[in-house]
Design a protein around this ligand. Structure first.
Ligand SMILES: [Zn+2]
Length: 173
């Protein structure tokens, strides 16, 4: 069992290419809409960040409006990932706040893999590698500095944690 990063990147790139324009921060709500997904606020209760429910082929993303905007953006991107990659496997995905920490030990291996894949997808969608590399070069950022990571996080409208993980997984640091 392993996450096919190449496949996920190609799915994300196909979505990014289909956008009328590519500018920062990535408009995840517009992307959801372009894929026919509704995004709605729900009272999901404590500890639940989001969900994806699919009924007769139509997907609805539920977000928790009490969470920070950067987290909501990440959740939407993660649920788009489930819709794009996993909609033939299940029609309901419920995501607890653990999505930042990748996986829960209580999950089946298949579920753990789907969560990892949705996280890789979300990270690639919100922080496209070519745009991220361009920003780093343009500003001649020293990625060893926390300030640089914060500045990038603001530019891409993601959490500094998500940005730090992305930079490290791309081997930029
Ligand atoms: Zn998930």
């Amino acid at each position: 069992m392993s996450v096919n990063i190449k496949l996920i990147n190609s799915r994300v790139n196909a979505i990014l290419k289909s956008l009328p324009e590519l500018k920062l921060p990535i408009d995840v709500k517009a992307i959801a809409k372009s894929l026919g997904l509704n995004v709605m606020e729900y009272d999901l209760g404590d500890g639940v960040s989001g969900l994806l429910a699919i009924q007769e082929g139509v997907g609805t993303i539920g977000i928790n409006p009490t969470e920070a905007p950067v987290r909501i953006r990440y959740t939407i991107a993660h649920e788009i990932g489930h819709f794009d990659l996993h909609r033939d496997k299940s029609d309901l995905f419920v995501d607890k706040q653990m999505i930042y920490r990748s996986v829960s030990s209580g999950d089946t291996p298949e579920k753990q893999q789907m969560e990892q894949e949705a996280n890789v997808f979300a990270s690639a969608l919100l922080m496209p590698s070519n745009l991220l590399r361009k920003e780093v070069e343009k500003a001649k950022l020293d990625l060893a500095s926390g300030d640089a990571i914060e500045a990038l996080a603001r530019k891409f409208d993601v959490s500094t944690t998500a940005m730090a993980i992305r930079i490290s997984s791309l081997g930029l640091i």
